[in-house]
Ligand binder design. Structure first.
Ligand SMILES: Nc1ncnc2c1ncn2[C@@H]1O[C@H](COP(=O)(O)OP(=O)(O)OP(=O)(O)O)[C@@H](O)[C@H]1O
Length: 327
């Protein structure tokens, strides 16, 4: 059976006109997606990451049928998105972190009623899904509040519910945790994990937050300049990107740099506080144990590497060398 989502040498080229001198304008082609192929199986939860302008949104827009590919082939649940956008809409849900699909001046409840009608969701199914989302996303007290009065985290939960009322089999999430505080992020992640586990919803997620990927996705794809640079698990990405986590330790008193912990690299000291770096593909536990055994430890925290840094390291060589090293 073909994969549930299937891209084969997918391309999207935009023609942009640029001013080239006082009167002259020249045409330039931007290859936003430049021959991407991958398959996603039903029920997978996949991260789709890359630097700004890499082509992530353009891919998602083609997957939803908003944009027509310039070349290659694309199928979602056997449907060609650009040709049968309305039929596909019944089977997919989309959440854009930066933009709401809710009606700004209406209470959340009214936005949901409109979605109910727009998607022609059978009443019973709608009521059931709404009750479930209200319960799991804790929206009960917010249903009568106009969307513009909601906090970002509340609005995001409201948007996720709106995308799920028609029981989509696939959910595309574009930066679903952007700008959210730690508690809201955790809540959104918990909900998505549960959705995927209990309903088998296929999820494609773009994010700049590696913790989203770490907690949700067993597979991550990296794109740059419209090309697929990496497809594998997060540990593998850390290994190729040589990324490091940072362990911050607070000691009882000022001490000389900790340089005797195997697997850790001393970074800096500031009074009783010290920073150690270690490969992101390894566990922090043995390191923490070694520090705790040898030093008067008061407190500690671990900071994840950020996506931009990992990708920047991956992109150290020429593009061809990078691609070669990722094979
Ligand atoms: N409608 C358009 N017309 C012309 N160029 C476009 C258009 N949409 C996107 N592009 C260009 O295509 C490239 C890929 O853009 P895209 O929005 O897909 O990147 P992205 O990976 O989603 O970036 P970000 O993380 O910043 O959202 C960029 O160079 C962008 O300027």
């Amino acid at each position: 059976m073909p994969p549930f989502i299937e891209l084969d040498a997918l391309e999207k080229t935009f023609t942009v006109r640029r001013r080239a001198g006082l009167l002259r304008r020249e045409k330039k082609e931007v290859r936003a997606v430049d021959g991407i192929s991958f398959g996603v199986e039903r029920g997978e939860m996949v991260g789709y990451i890359g630097p700004n302008g890499a082509g992530k949104s353009t891919t998602i827009k083609m997957l939803t049928g908003i944009l027509t590919p310039s070349g290659g082939r694309l199928r979602v649940a056997g449907i060609d998105p650009a040709r049968e956008r309305t039929r596909l809409a019944q089977r997919i849900g989309v959440v854009f972190g930066q933009r709401t699909t809710l009606w700004w001046d209406l209470p959340l409840r009214d936005s949901y009623r409109l979605t109910h009608r727009m998607y022609r969701i059978p009443d019973e199914r709608y009521e059931k899904n709404l009750a479930r989302c209200v319960d799991l996303l804790d929206l009960g007290e917010l249903l009568d509040v106009p969307v513009r009065q909601l906090s970002l985290g509340q609005r995001m939960r409201g948007d996720i519910a709106a995308a799920l009322l028609h029981d989509p089999e696939v959910l595309y999430l574009d930066e679903p945790t952007i700008g959210l505080d730690v508690v809201s992020k955790a809540r959104v992640r918990e909900f998505l994990k549960d959705l995927n586990a209990s309903r088998g919803t296929t999820v494609l997620l773009t994010t700049h937050d590696l913790t989203d990927i770490e907690q949700l996705c067993s597979r991550v794809m990296v794109i740059d300049h419209g090309r697929l640079m990496y497809d594998g698990d997060l540990a593998g990405l850390h290994a190729v990107g040589e990324s490091e986590r940072l362990l911050m330790v607070d000691l009882e008193r000022e001490l000389p740099p900790i340089t005797d912990v195997p697997g850790a690299r001393f970074v800096r000291v500031e009074g009783p506080r010290q920073w150690l770096a270690f490969p992101a593909s390894t566990s922090a536990a043995p390191l923490v144990a070694a520090v705790a055994a040898g030093y008067p430890l008061l407190d500690l925290s671990v900071r994840e590497p950020d996506i931009e840094a990992v990708i920047a390291k991956m992109y150290g060589g020429t593009r061809d060398e990078r691609r070669e090293s990722l094979r």
